[in-house]
Write a protein that binds this ligand. Structure first.
Ligand code: PLP
Length: 394
């Protein structure tokens, strides 16, 4: 039988990190040595106290379905955490817990955006934004983020992209793939535009704890924004819990109710013991200390990788303020970004991602995740320098 797929699948994109990881694993299975700088996942173990809390919860019976948006007490603790980190008075009714934060994005689009509506997404940006916007039949409009502006949005350019069809604006700070961070002035200017044009904003702040100079400003926390913003966060990055699958969103109650119905129709609920683990992540001083240790280590690695990359002929790398990615401009090497990323993997065993896979404006860059040991970063830089150095005079 010829299987006929629904037309909408043609509009579904992917995340190249998972594809490059799969290819890199195949090479490893053939005995090749690979340095992994492709995947956006902390290399640290989840803090022990969080694991212990989840095991305790399981032993105490947290192995059943929960309410679709999450256990009430966990939602209350999540609301208190969001209030502490954004300044927005948040109640449990504003909170939805999902198995990974990606669901919040999908649900927001399904609930609020019609086919043919326009959604402004960062470019380069997390590829799932564009993929899901197009999947639901809406139009993704690129907001360019450029290296010369430290990958911050140009607010005048944003203003020019807004049309009567613009329904939603997706903002991500600290940012994947560039590590860029919006300033308070940027957030205030974006908020003014969103309010003036009556836009819904999805503020993806999943890297908010990973900001190295204390610079993170919550767009959700800017005056007038909480009533039109879906705040997107999760356990994956700050607590090294990618595999636990817990996202948490804060939003107006009317939107939270629709997300509850979408949860009932999809996952039913996030895993009960993972929800209890979140309480330990939010409320224990041990967890805060673990996050602080990881952030200090990321900051150290960031400095080292930026230094090493800038020594490679043809590489220009800014020192990003957040997340755990660098996004150097490699255009002066003479290689295209796709060509360089694939040669680095095949020829010298360094897995990185081409900038183009994050949007057209990412062309000429590569993304490296520095969620890897200093030894691995140094080895990767040595191999890249060797490969590029052979082709580019210093
Ligand atoms: C910007 C951004 N948002 C959201 C996510 C999704 O995280 P999760 O689904 O693990 O919560 C990621 C993961 O890489 C990301 O980089």
């Amino acid at each position: 039988m010829t299987i006929r797929f629904a037309e909408r699948l043609n509009r579904l994109g992917t995340e190249s990190a998972f594809e490059v990881l799969a290819h890199a694993r195949l090479l490893e299975a053939e005995g090749r040595s690979i340095v992994h700088l492709e995947i956006g996942e902390p290399d640290f173990a989840t803090p022990d106290n969080i694991i212990d809390a989840a095991v305790r919860a399981m032993r105490d019976g947290a192995t059943h379905y929960t309410a679709a948006s999450g256990i009430r007490e966990v939602r209350e603790k999540t609301a208190a955490y969001v209030t502490r980190h954004t300044g927005v008075p948040t109640q449990f009714e504003n909170i939805v817990l999902t198995p990974g934060s990606k669901n919040l994005l999908l649900f927001a689009l399904l609930a609020l955006v019609e086919e043919e509506d326009e959604v402004i997404v960062p470019d380069p940006g997390y590829p799932i934004y564009r993929s899901l916007v197009e999947f639901i039949g809406a139009k993704a409009v690129s907001l360019p983020l450029r290296q010369e502006n430290d990958f911050r949005a140009d607010v005048d350019e944003l203003a020019r992209l807004i049309t009567p069809r613009t329904r939603m604006l997706v903002v991500n700070s600290p940012q994947n793939p560039t590590g860029g961070i919006l300033t308070r002035a940027d957030c205030e200017a974006i908020a003014r535009l969103a309010i003036d044009h009556d836009l819904i904003v999805l503020s993806d702040e999943i890297y908010n704890r990973l900001s190295y100079d204390g610079a993170h400003v919550s767009l959700y926390g800017i005056d007038g924004m909480a009533e039109r913003t879906i705040y997107m966060d999760g356990l994956s990055k700050a607590w090294a819990m990618c595999g636990w699958r817990l996202g948490f969103g804060a939003m107006p109650v009317a939107i939270a109710r629709k997300m509850d119905t979408l949860m009932i129709n999809s996952s039913s609920c996030a895993a009960a013991f993972t929800q209890w683990a979140a309480v330990e992540a939010f409320d224990s001083p041990e967890s805060d200390a673990a996050v602080d240790r990881m952030v200090a280590e990321f900051s150290h690695r960031r400095d080292r990788i930026v230094e090493l990359l800038n020594e490679i002929p043809g590489f220009k790398c800014r020192r990003p303020a957040g997340a755990f990615y660098v996004f150097p401009d490699i255009s002066a090497t003479g290689f295209g970004d796709r060509e360089l990323a694939s040669s680095l993997l095949d020829e010298v065993g360094v897995a990185v991602l081409p900038g183009r896979s994050f949007g057209p404006v990412g062309e000429g860059h590569i993304r490296l995740s520095y969620a890897a040991s200093i030894a691995n970063l140094e080895e990767a830089a040595r191999r890249i320098a060797q490969y590029v150095g052979a082709a580019v005079p210093g």
